[in-house]
Design a protein around this ligand. Sequence first.
Ligand code: SF4
Ligand code: SF4
Length: 222
Amino acid sequence: MRSLKTLEDISDGRIYDIEDTVKAGTGGCDGCSACCHDVGELVVLTPFDVYEMVSGLNVSFDELLIDKLELRENNKIVLPHLKMYGDSKRCSFLGIENRCIIHGHRPDICRLFPLGRVYEDDDCKYFLQVGSCMKSNLEKVKVKEWIGIKNNHENKAFILAWYRLLKALTFRLKFVRDDQELETINKSLLDIFYRMTLKDEEDFYSAFLRCLPEAKNQLSII
Ligand code: SF4
Ligand code: SF4
């Protein structure tokens, strides 16, 4: 029987905060694209990830679903993931020179790698996924700079709120057996958060917070 790996097994045993320094810098990856293959199941996209792609590429969520993203179900929740192509399962955003064509708008999970995020006590921090990157001798970098996201504070508040929402929805859906009801709930989730329209002067984070109470109501979660 295969045993489940613990955080201690896959990390260097340390938990890092945003201002900490960690040996995670790949120095541009030198043509490697190993972690951009066969990650369709792993890279679950948040509404912020999709917002970044939609605004950066000037396309709609539904246009991305034609050939760049795909919907996958896990624990009865349907969420968008990166789409992979070919025998080597290349990410749809991996360019011909093995560079990410949406580097500035890449998803949260891609930004973090080889870091991962750990959630505890209504907070989240980071860990180093030891041995997961093909490059040896990773450079020391500040976590904040490695992730390279603007408005860290608001981004973290969004990530925690999204994590709590998915956790509550996972619990709620355990009791839903009717396929039609599941389909309606999942459609609402996608419509509210992934097809969200920002009002004038509104940024992503304030739009998300505006939609959150009504979404909880519609999805019947606390
Ligand atoms: S495996 Fe490491 S070096 Fe290779 S593309 Fe990913 S982050 Fe870069
Ligand atoms: S979005 Fe970019 S960084 Fe992420 S897996 Fe695809 S090509 Fe790689």
